[in-house]
Design a protein around this ligand. Structure first.
Ligand code: HEC
Ligand code: HEC
Ligand code: HEC
Ligand code: HEC
Ligand code: HEC
Ligand code: HEC
Ligand code: HEC
Ligand code: HEC
Length: 427
């Protein structure tokens, strides 16, 4: 380290003296960056990489040499990591995180919201910017003035310490798995499993006390291919045997635009869903994930107990779907009777969940209020009902979830009645 300092002193008078020096560009990177971004260098020095000669230029290339040519530095994505961590990369490539960017862009809503909230690394892009991006996409961002912010492996192993310990801490998941439509952090941390973890973390339980983390259940044995049976949207194929539940799921699939509301036939959106593995499409794919989870629960519970618990979660899904379908059908009837006009860019006169809180038309084009209540019923309250149940959180499952769904349904019915009455008097 002394040697490098010496070089810095000599060169801070004339920066260009780095080029052609025998010491090599490597020390140049570090010494110069220790001045301009000491936090980054300190972080890298704390990493295993710094002890293993995985230096700045291994990941950033050697084309950039000084202040004037910073644009020439390469911004590494997970393929660079793959050169040395092939197994982890291959697992990651099969898991859901790898699809973050693609599935975000498959949503029509993405293309009508402000760019800053997509590519800009806040809003949707802040959590989904981890898919494989093309050079063209990187270039386009730079032209807009945004910095390329791919967070692929570094979503859990933050740059530049790239630490395994950090990734093993449930807080590594908190920044994204929280909030409106996926509050897994809130559910886990305030329920029994999380409580045990925090007491143990404080040293008040022994090192070997049972306290399951997100990683233990979702990355068993460090498997980076994380995926669950039900997935985020809480729908799957094939349709269930129970007739009512099958009909209810079809109704939900129509509101997701995956099935044509008029004919019941699959739409082009089903291809998008398939391409990013958004839902499990076969019984086998679903069972594979389910059995993996049962195996994990069985590390601390009896297998029978685990099966019963998860089967109850499935059964809650069925009951939540009943409420949901009733809500969708109530709003769909308003479209059918012309009381809500079909927004220009909708494919069908039917609610469309993939536009979230707006219709995606003109710049400030809002959905009807009843559509927004319906969307909230799906995206906020149905999510909490089953996510809360699976994460063993009584309050989320009932008050924040189920009870709110029943309240939404009441409001939807009341609003529909008023809308019909108003439409009649206007005639
Ligand atoms: C003489 C000083 C100097 C040297 C030597 C140097 N850099 Fe830089 N580097 C900079 C400056 C200045 C910036 C721009 C910082 C800013 O925008 O605030 C920069 C930016 C960067 C960036 C970010 C680029 C971007 O688009 O945001 C990376 C990555 C980087 N340097 C890596 C390296 C690597 C790797 C080396 C060695 C091969 C190196 N630097 C050598 C001064 C230096
Ligand atoms: C193991 C790979 C790896 C090593 C080694 C590495 N970096 Fe990085 N660096 C990254 C990744 C990944 C990013 C984020 C890329 C992105 O978001 O597009 C990044 C981003 C940066 C940035 C731009 C973003 C910012 O926060 O300003 C700078 C500057 C930078 N690195 C400097 C350095 C320096 C200096 C070193 C050596 C001390 C170094 N890096 C070593 C992987 C690495
Ligand atoms: C040139 C090879 C090389 C590249 C490229 C590389 N690594 Fe590493 N990485 C290593 C070596 C060597 C170790 C130390 C191995 C060990 O301790 O078992 C390591 C260790 C790690 C660890 C474990 C750290 C710990 O706390 O135990 C993580 C996490 C990691 N790397 C992530 C990454 C990520 C993410 C990237 C891409 C941004 C990357 N690596 C790029 C070689 C590399
Ligand atoms: C706070 C971080 C965060 C923000 C902001 C965010 N998402 Fe997500 N998104 C996630 C997480 C985490 C998941 C996985 C949740 C789960 O499975 O429960 C997810 C799941 C998804 C999925 C389902 C993917 C699949 O294959 O199952 C889509 C589509 C999606 N988000 C789109 C968006 C859009 C569009 C926005 C902006 C309007 C957005 N997200 C904003 C974190 C975020
Ligand atoms: C969702 C969070 C997450 C993401 C994303 C992630 N990792 Fe990890 N990583 C972990 C966890 C957790 C561990 C610890 C696994 C264990 O020991 O149980 C780990 C461990 C590692 C290790 C340490 C050695 C080992 O094999 O256990 C390496 C190397 C590594 N990851 C590389 C990567 C690379 C490369 C990527 C991107 C392709 C990546 N990780 C993406 C969470 C993540
Ligand atoms: C930078 C944000 C971010 C971080 C950090 C993060 N995730 Fe995710 N996670 C996402 C997004 C976004 C998705 C949905 C990706 C998609 O398919 O579009 C997701 C999906 C998942 C899924 C798949 C759910 C399904 O649909 O089956 C699991 C499981 C998961 N994450 C667990 C974890 C765990 C465990 C951690 C911490 C070790 C973690 N995640 C850290 C953003 C994140
Ligand atoms: C005790 C095990 C366990 C722990 C701990 C756990 N989960 Fe889960 N998680 C589950 C189960 C079970 C499911 C439902 C799986 C299924 O579909 O069969 C699930 C589902 C998920 C899903 C996808 C479906 C959904 O809820 O949208 C995500 C994402 C997820 N968990 C993230 C997390 C995060 C992040 C943490 C930590 C804050 C965490 N989980 C802690 C067991 C666990
Ligand atoms: C690492 C060990 C561990 C794993 C894995 C684990 N649990 Fe637990 N679980 C506990 C402990 C400890 C308790 C508290 C003592 C008890 O009730 O048995 C608990 C409690 C529970 C409770 C009762 C909560 C309450 O408030 O009384 C349920 C239900 C539960 N777990 C379900 C599951 C399910 C389902 C899985 C798998 C998805 C799972 N657990 C995985 C350790 C674990």
């Amino acid at each position: 380290m002394k040697k490098t300092r010496f070089i810095v002193l000599g060169c801070s008078i004339a920066m260009f003296c780095f080029t052609g020096l025998a010491v090599g560009d490597e020390e140049a990177c570090i010494t110069c960056h220790r001045d301009i971004s000491p936090g980054q260098v300190a972080d890298w020095e704390s990493s295993k990489h710094s002890k293993e000669d995985v230096t700045c230029s291994v990941c950033h290339g050697e084309n950039h040499k000084g202040a004037e040519d910073a644009g020439l530095a390469q911004m590494p994505d997970e393929h660079v990591c793959a050169q040395c961590h092939e197994e982890r990369f291959n697992q990651f490539a099969k898991g859901k995180h790898n699809f973050g960017w693609t599935s975000l862009n498959a949503m029509p809503i993405t293309h009508v919201e402000p760019d800053e909230l997509m590519e800009g690394g806040r809003g949707c892009g802040g959590c989904h910017n981890m898919g494989i991006k093309s050079e063209a996409q990187k270039k386009e961002q730079r032209e807009k003035g945004y910095r390329y912010q791919n967070n692929s492996c570094d979503e859990c192993h933050t740059r530049h310490s790239f630490s395994k310990k950090e990734a093993l801490n449930p807080r590594a998941c908190q920044q994204c798995h929280m909030g409106y439509d996926h509050p897994q952090w809130e559910m886990w941390s305030s329920a029994k499993h999380g409580t045990r973890y925090f007491v143990k973390e404080k040293g008040e339980l022994p090192e070997n006390a049972a306290a399951p983390t997100c990683q233990l259940c979702h990355m068993p044995d460090g498997d980076h291919a994380n995926k669950t049976a039900w997935g985020f949207l809480g729908v799957r194929l094939p349709l269930p045997e129970d007739k009512q539940w099958a009909a209810d799921r079809v109704t939900i699939l129509k509101a997701l635009g995956v099935l044509n509301p008029e004919t019941g036939e699959p739409t082009a959106r089903l291809d998008a869903v398939k391409s990013v593995d958004m839902v499990r499409l076969t019984e086998e794919a679903w069972l594979t994930e389910r059995e993996k989870m049962i195996k994990t629960c069985s590390k601390c519970h009896s297998e029978q107990y685990a099966r019963e618990q998860l089967a109850m979660g499935d059964s809650m899904m069925q009951k939540a779907d009943r409420l949901m379908a009733e809500g969708i059908e109530t709003v769909a009837a308003l479209y059918k009777d012309g009381i809500i006009k079909k927004p220009e860019n909708y494919s069908f006169a039917y609610p469309d969940f993939l536009y979230f809180m707006r219709t995606g038309g003109g710049n400030m084009d809002q959905m009807s209020h009843i559509d927004q209540v319906l969307f909230q019923m799906y995206m906020k309250h149905r999510m909490r009902t089953y996510q809360g149940f699976f994460h063993v959180n009584p309050d989320y499952a009932y008050w924040y979830g189920w009870a709110m769904m029943t309240k939404d349904l009441g409001e939807i019915k009341e609003l529909a009645k008023t809308m019909r009455a108003t439409a009649k008097t206007e005639k």
